[in-house]
Write a protein that binds this ligand. Structure first.
Ligand SMILES: Cc1cc2nc3c(=O)[nH]c(=O)nc-3n(C[C@H](O)[C@H](O)[C@H](O)COP(=O)(O)O)c2cc1C
Ligand code: SF4
Length: 506
């Protein structure tokens, strides 16, 4: 017995000495590697210890979110916003206790102006439907004011697309395909679909990247495909095309896009055939003629003289020539992958560009003709209600719906290692995303969000959200005082010459 214990102890001692020796050898090797390498100054000056800096800064990314960041601190979305989406998606009550944790003092904070006699529940109306493309063969009567923004198949995984498709059908909202083409998974749930034509024309392209009318017609033949969106630019990367890393171009994605498997999918930074507002209207007219369906554009606005040129050109051609909608993306929009300078500092945010676009269209009598769809960090009812006050007819969200699918904001969408299965094609990671559970969350999120926008509208004394206007929201200024949005952005007069058109199209 005693011999047995002694032999175990001596074996353990040998193992310990061996491990210690191995540890010292590893440290010695790392030391030599660090002092002789020239790429990293910290490791060269502080061999071995310098390596912990890298370790801690990568671990910090994970721990900050849970232990250190306050509820309202993180970017792009703070914990309070993400938690709101989670609760809405789960359908658990969306009330909170004790008092607001939101600091209402910073300049730019919107405060909605409740009226003394809010709309009674019995007088409240459901949000009305809104028609797009009145001059088309097949106008689209859209039911939901909140919809799923463009996210390409490729950036998104198969189970994510399936969950969104079914969830959109359950909620009655549309799903935008993004620039990666249309797959059976988009159609599977039976929802309304907006097909996006990106600059590489994935899904509707010839080998040379030009538009293939037969493929376009075949897409339009699906009754579910209700509208076509020509992507001019997106907020996260104005002036740069879509980027899908090679490891995400799997067999099925290559097939749907019409490209080669395993090669990075990089779209041109603009449509080669669109070089002016005239070209743009020609392209819109062509797509509308081939498809018979409402056709609009998506863009982030930086310079805006072109919007005036566009309105004037529309009047020269006739108001039928106008885009049926304008999806205005904020400069702070999201993406699967983009260069940081473009993501951070190029393109106006909606706070500025949305009232401006709405006013320019109004001045030219086109506000009713061209529906405005706004996107860019509109994931909670307050963000959405502000956008309606500022001039939007519809709101699209990408990242809000990603949160409803379970996104934990780990910021790895470009790596194929998404821990929640949303933006990865690794089957092991996709196992975590069960479309039959997540579709319910997608639908709950959409319905609960619209419901709470309706609650804000009723508090402001109007029957439904689209009756909200600029007078219903005040914006906190540097002084701490708030002023009404209609004082910051007073509605300009319709230009005399165009008054008649406002009357006709309204
Ligand atoms: C993963 C991902 C993929 C996207 N793919 C596209 C795309 O294919 N085409 C496009 O126009 N916008 C794309 N976007 C941008 C969104 O449609 C949207 O305009 C932007 O993220 C702002 O909305 P959000 O703040 O609600 O995310 C993508 C965004 C994300 C997060
Ligand atoms: S969990 Fe991370 S990688 Fe996955 S979608 Fe969300 S941010 Fe992107």
């Amino acid at each position: 017995m005693a011999d047995g214990i002694l032999s175990v102890l001596s074996t353990l001692t040998y193992i310990l000495v061996f491990l210690l020796g191995l540890g010292i050898a590893v440290v010695a090797i790392l030391f030599i590697v660090d002092v002789t390498q020239k790429q990293d100054a910290v490791r060269r000056n502080y061999p071995v210890i310098g390596r912990f800096r890298h370790l801690f800064s990568s671990l910090g990314e994970f721990f900050r979110q849970y232990f250190f960041a306050m509820d309202r601190e993180e970017m792009p979305f703070n914990r309070a916003e993400r938690e709101w989406v989670n609760r809405a998606a789960k359908g658990t009550g969306n009330t909170i206790a004790f008092g607001s944790t939101k600091n209402l003092d910073p300049a730019g904070t919107p405060i909605f102006v409740n009226c003394p006699f809010p709309t009674l529940e019995k007088d409240a109306a459901d949000t009305a439907t809104c028609t797009l493309g009145p001059f088309c063969e097949n106008p689209f009567e859209a039911k939901s004011l909140f919809n799923i923004s463009a996210m390409s198949f490729g950036a998104l995984s198969v189970p994510a697309v399936r969950a969104l498709s079914h969830g959109a059908k359950m909620a009655g909202c549309w799903m935008n395909t993004g620039e990666g083409g249309l797959s059976a998974y988009h159609l599977e749930g039976g929802c309304d679909i907006v097909f996006q034509i990106g600059t590489a024309k994935y899904g509707v392209r010839n080998d040379d990247g030009s538009l293939n009318d037969d493929k376009l017609r075949a897409i339009a033949d699906h009754e579910q495909v209700r509208m076509f969106e020509i992507k001019m630019s997106q907020g996260a990367k104005p002036g740069k095309g879509g980027i899908l890393p090679a490891e995400k171009v799997t067999d099925i994605i290559a097939q749907v896009r019409g490209i080669e498997k395993g090669q990075a999918s990089i779209s041109p930074n603009r449509h080669p055939e669109i070089n002016s507002v005239g070209d743009m209207l020609d392209f819109i007219a062509h797509v509308r003629a081939v498809t018979g369906k409402p056709t609009g554009i998506k863009a982030v606005v930086g310079s805006y003289g072109w919007l005036i040129e566009l309105c004037e050109e529309i009047h020269r051609r006739g108001i039928e020539s106008a885009p049926d909608f304008f999806t205005l993306d904020g400069g702070d929009g999201g993406t699967g992958a983009a260069p940081m300078p473009l993501m951070d500092n190029v393109g106006l945010q909606l706070d500025e560009s949305l009232p401006m676009l709405s006013d320019i269209l109004h001045q030219y009598g086109l506000r009713e003709r061209v529906r405005i769809i706004a996107s860019g960090k509109r994931i909670t009812p307050v963000d959405v209600a502000w956008a309606i006050c500022a001039g939007a007819d519809f709101i699209n969200s990408a990242r809000g719906f990603m949160f409803s699918l379970g996104c934990i904001q780990s910021l790895k969408c470009n790596k194929n290692t998404c821990p929640t299965g949303i933006t990865t094609h690794n089957p092991r990671l996709q196992r975590g995303l069960d479309p039959s559970d997540k579709k319910v969350k997608v639908a709950n999120y959409c319905k609960n969000l619209v419901h709470e926008v309706e609650v804000i509208a009723h508090s402001c004394g109007v029957d439904e959200p689209r009756q909200l206007g600029r007078k219903h929201v005040r914006i906190v200024q540097d002084s701490g005082k708030s002023i009404p949005l209609d004082e910051i952005y007073p509605r300009p007069e319709v230009l005399k010459h165009f008054k008649i058109i406002e009357d006709i199209s309204g």
